[in-house]
Design a protein. Structure first.
Lengths: 159, 406
């Protein structure tokens, strides 16, 4: 842990709050804008992560690939409509190097289906690399490490 | 207990997708019957003591590599009181010791020790005639082919290679032709009967319709050269296509939902690939009766195994692999293309939900109805050229009926 200026903590908390609003309110077109152009976004299960296996459930290597995921869920893939409710907690800032922050948070995603069925869909940690700039904070890297090795039915909305 | 419709394999009664009695019979007549079940890859058991756990139907299984390099498969159930010996997916062990009463088995499943066998201070203990040799783990027959490990409870099933047949062996030789490296696993629960997934996996008719990503980005279309290969009277099948042979048209203007107009990929490096097989086949999905799928979708290679979790639920296990000698560029392509497959795959997302929609659709009155499979005729035969066929599904039901006695 490092001593963290309050301003930096606030910027990251704001980024998390925007992330929640964009994903949980279905403003998915704005989701890639929370990342830098050359970002990395991966969802990986704890099972693969702990064994050093490189396979991800979802793996994006650019903002364009994030946009393609939005295209997929808007107009290509078939799934039952549902929504997420994110809870993000326990922000811990691991290091600050210039405008680059490494930090870690817990996340919990509750999924609600059309018929009202609600379940804990995923829980785990965000391992983030955040870049600060005059335009605000953006993710250079977001690694979502999901505690469960199992995905129920399918995963189409970003965690 | 079940009267199969008079139309034969062009019909499948939906009752088989939900009836608990039928589910129990399948466990006995199919999973514990005269079939070879895929268990794991030899590459996952690199050293002596390496083990993996899996399931054959409802039965938990351990696969372990013994000192003489032999691969053994045993039921994951202590002979004493029935506790599972291993809960981990895999690892390395010198022996298998039950935590309940410390009964210890070697890597071949032989019982080597029983705690307090001779009692304590001359009191208690097992009877003098208790014979360790009579109380090992239940062993399965195993055979391996090109690094794939299969097991069976049956003494009567034919040898593995004869069971799979030359058409299936050819594709396994084609894919498993050099040392593998496992890249990771996916596990996905499906709210549907296991057979709905096996039907889906071998259905070339749906592939380019439901999976809009395929047709939109021209990864797989029925206007490509390809075909289906059938073995063992239909039990096993493969459907394949050759991407470079696609003819334009056939989809556009037909009203089929499968091509989305005016959509492009912002980052086409997602589907950048390399032709790594000299036969030009770019998609090959092979379904081995009863519950294994071997897939090549461009440069993604995976084995899938469906494990039933009761009549209405199942879990799909994916083992994604590359080759040990992949160069870094090819490895990166495989990992980027892995966005096509798995529970979040641009192609396979759609399969996650479709079985569930069928399962819900066939509730109630549906148990008295049957599905219709007459695309491509009423026969079960290999074809080259057209893949607008359901011969592969009719083949599955042929195998199912012969084992279930219907």
């Amino acid at each position: 842990m490092v001593t963290v200026p309050e301003e930096i903590r606030r910027q990251i908390e704001d980024l998390h709050a925007r992330y929640i609003r964009v994903v949980d309110d279905g403003q998915w077109e704005e989701w890639p804008q929370l990342f830098t152009e050359t970002c990395v976004y991966k969802i990986i299960t704890r099972e693969n992560f702990d064994q050093g296996l490189p396979l991800s459930v979802m793996e994006c290597h650019s903002r364009g690939m994030l946009q393609d995921r939005v295209t997929g869920l808007r107009s290509i893939n078939v799934f039952e409509p549902h929504r997420y409710l994110h809870q993000i907690s326990g922000l811990s800032i691991e290091s600050i190097s210039g405008h680059r922050i490494l930090c870690k948070s817990n996340y919990l995603v509750i999924r609600t289906m059309l018929d009202g069925n609600m379940s804990i869909f995923s829980a785990g940690v965000y391992l983030d690399q955040v870049a600060l700039s005059s335009e605000g904070a953006r993710f250079e890297q977001r690694l979502v490490v999901a505690d469960s090795r199992r995905i129920e039915t399918l995963l189409v909305l970003p965690l | 207990m079940l009267q199969w419709p008079a139309e034969g394999v062009t019909r499948s009664p939906y009752r088989v997708m939900s009836d608990p009695e039928i589910y129990s019979l399948e466990q006995e007549r199919i999973f514990r019957g005269p079939v070879w079940n895929y268990l794991c890859l030899e590459a996952e058991l690199p050293k002596t003591g390496g083990f993996r756990t899996t399931y054959i139907g409802d039965t938990p299984i351990i696969v372990a590599r013994d000192k003489d390099a032999a691969v053994n498969a045993m039921v994951n159930r202590c002979a004493h009181k029935g506790a599972m010996l291993c809960v981990e997916a895999g690892g390395t062990r010198q022996n298998f010791t039950c935590p309940y009463h410390n009964w210890t088995y070697d890597l071949a499943g032989n019982l080597r020790g029983v705690a307090f066998q001779h009692g304590v201070a001359g009191q208690g203990g097992m009877p003098a005639d208790f014979d360790l040799a009579q109380h090992g783990l239940e062993r399965l027959r195993t055979e391996t082919f090109q690094g794939l490990v299969f097991g069976t409870f049956s003494d009567s099933v034919e040898p593995l290679e004869q069971y799979l047949g030359p058409g299936m062996l050819a594709n396994l030789r084609r894919v498993f032709h050099k040392p593998l490296e496992v890249l990771g696993y996916h596990h996905q629960t499906l709210e549907n009967n296991w057979k709905l997934y096996m039907e889906n996996s071998r259905d070339p008719y749906h592939a380019t319709i439901l999976h809009t990503f395929y047709a939109t980005f021209k990864l797989n279309r029925l206007t490509m050269d390809g075909g289906i290969t059938i073995e063992h009277g239909g039990w096993h099948s493969m459907n394949y296509s050759k991407g470079a042979t696609m003819r334009e048209g056939g989809y556009e203007g037909t009203g089929i939902r499968s091509v989305v107009e005016n959509v492009g990929l912002a980052d086409p490096s997602l589907i950048a690939g390399r032709q790594e097989f000299d036969d030009g086949i770019t998609v090959a999905v092979q379904s081995l009766f009863p519950s294994c799928v071997n897939q090549q979708i461009y440069n993604t290679l995976a084995l899938r195994q469906i494990v039933p979790l009761g009549p209405l639920r199942s879990e799909l296990h994916w083992t994604i692999f590359g080759y040990a000698d992949d160069d870094p560029e090819l490895r990166t392509m495989r990992l980027k293309q892995s966005n096509l497959i798995g529970p979040a795959g641009f192609v396979s997302i759609d399969d996650g939900v479709i079985g569930e929609w069928v399962q819900r659709g066939i509730g109630g009155r549906g148990a008295e109805a049957s599905s219709i499979m007459e695309m491509g005729g009423r026969e079960i035969a290999s074809t080259t050229g057209s893949r607008a066929t359901e011969a592969t599904l009719r083949g599955f039901w042929q195998g199912y009926r012969s084992l279930m006695g219907w």
